[in-house]
Write a protein that binds this ligand. Structure first.
Ligand code: PEP
Ligand code: MN
Length: 366
């Protein structure tokens, strides 16, 4: 590890930081006569970087070296593949997650669930507990919404993902859903992250709308360090200054995350765009940047939607998007999980382009 110390440290400060590093198990030595760069040799632990960052003598960590955090991709380390029923994220697998922003009623949910399943979605998503910006907006059906989602799963066979807002709801949602969603507004809720981290159920963790990539990864670190390795990161757009889109899809962050973490990354073009006409191009951009899946809001009657109506795709538009994404995924030598991928592969197994991405499991590169 390589640290830059604060300028103007006294000799006793330097003694202090040397002792601190030795107590962590490192052999420290200064590089250069200014004695501001400290090199630490030794086997690091995931927690060391944050401990050193918090130390009053340290200005910045120049290189975390071997003290990798749990979310970091080690040299040559393969993707973690997160499975949710038949859906798979990472390791060359791409999954479509689709559904209404909020569960509204049984008939509507079933109509959407059947439609997205037929088009190739691998997971049904719908909010039962909605974190609305205004407390007076529709905040979801709660327990009733969860039960409707479970009924839709029984009907279609699709696993379900739904947002958990409160650590007190983790047990209830654990019982009914196949994956937790942690929303943008909750990304830094440490108590919630720890609580889902105590389970083994997959977690779809959305980036806070003003969170840096480092803060996003540290939120995932909460879940992993509590014992749950099954995290899927979701880039849903960050706050920008231009009202032309609701948020700015950070495509660079998707590509960066794919290199620097072994966790799967999905893109949410719906909340990034905030308008349905941009969902398809942003979905393409997300996949092209390496996303392992997409989260798409779908609703057949935009005028009746109780939340996020402007960004919801019709069932036909979702079908077009799924076809389009399937072609892109194949071009990339990856596979779409779920029925559309299976059908297509059965029709023409040669369509899968083999390429030598070292991160792909052997079965895909052979
Ligand atoms: C949602 O997924 O419907 C949602 C509220 O998204 P976000 O947390 O990204 O705002
Ligand atoms: Mn929404």
């Amino acid at each position: 590890m390589l640290l830059r110390l604060r300028a103007s440290l006294t000799e006793s400060d330097r003694e202090l930081i040397l002792r601190f590093c030795k107590d962590l198990g490192y052999s420290p030595r200064f590089l250069g006569s200014a004695r501001e760069i400290l090199e630490l040799e030794g086997q690091g632990r995931p927690e060391d970087r944050s401990r050193l960052e918090d130390h009053t003598c340290v200005r910045e960590i120049l290189d975390a070296g071997g003290s990798r955090e749990l979310t970091a991709r080690g040299p040559g380390e393969a993707d973690r593949v997160v499975r949710v029923g038949e859906a798979r994220f990472g390791g060359g697998w791409v999954s479509l997650v689709a559904g209404p922003c909020a569960v509204e009623n049984a008939a509507r949910l079933f109509e959407i669930a059947r439609g997205v399943a037929a088009s190739g979605a691998a997971i049904l998503r719908g909010g039962a507990y909605k974190p609305r910006t205004s407390p007076y907006s529709f905040r979801g059906l709660g327990r009733e919404g969860l039960e409707l989602l479970a009924d839709a799963r029984a009907e279609t066979g699709l696993p379900i993902v739904t947002e958990v807002l409160d650590p007190r709801d983790v047990a209830e949602i654990h019982e009914l859903a196949d994956m937790f969603q942690i929303g943008s507004r909750s990304m830094s809720n440490a108590a919630l992250l720890t609580e889902v981290g105590r389970t083994q159920k997959p977690v779809l963790l959305k980036r806070g709308m003003a969170a840096t990539v480092r803060e996003f990864l540290l939120a995932a670190e909460y879940v992993l360090s509590a014992g749950n390795p099954n995290v899927v990161l979701c880039e849903r757009g960050i706050r920008g200054f231009d009202k032309i889109t609701r948020n700015v899809l950070d495509v660079g962050a998707i590509a960066h995350l794919k290199m620097h973490t072994h966790l799967p990354v999905v893109a949410d073009p719906s909340h990034a765009a905030g308008r349905r006409d941009l969902v398809l191009p942003l979905a393409r951009a997300g996949i092209a940047a390496g996303a392992d899946g997409l989260l798409i809001e779908v609703h057949p009657a935009p005028a009746e939607v109780r939340s996020d109506g402007a960004q919801a795709l019709s069932l036909d538009d979702f079908d077009r998007l799924a076809r389009d994404v399937h072609s892109l995924v194949q071009l990339d030598g990856r596979r779409l999980a779920g029925i559309r991928g299976e059908e297509q592969q059965a029709a023409d197994p040669g369509l899968l382009v083999r390429h030598a991405d070292p991160r792909l499991p052997k079965e895909l590169t052979a």
